[in-house]
Design a protein around this ligand. Structure first.
Ligand SMILES: [Ca+2]
Ligand SMILES: [Ca+2]
Length: 86
């Protein structure tokens, strides 16, 4: 019996990272954006924690998704939606 904790954290981290990069890329990507992302990692604890949690336990994502129940799929979708909205 597994849950979807690690899958959820990994998905949320992807969404958060994607959003941050999309934001930086709005005016084109340059070296300054890499610096901005680095300083966001240092200064934004929530951002950093989300990414760290997303990477931790990545090995459990496969098994979690293997026996994904419908309710768990919904839970993942909900988490992605919340992360997109935030
Ligand atoms: Ca930019
Ligand atoms: Ca995790």
């Amino acid at each position: 019996m597994t849950d979807v904790k690690e899958s959820k954290e990994a998905l949320v981290a992807l969404v958060i990272l994607g959003k941050a990069i999309a934001d930086l890329a709005k005016d084109g990507l340059d070296l300054g954006d890499a610096v901005s992302l680095g300083s966001k990692l240092v200064s934004d604890e929530k951002f950093r924690t989300a990414l760290v949690e997303g990477v931790k336990g990545l090995d459990k994502v496969g098994p979690e998704l293997k026996d994904l129940a419908a309710s768990e799929a919904l839970e993942l979708l909900g988490a992605v939606y919340e992360a997109l909205k935030a």
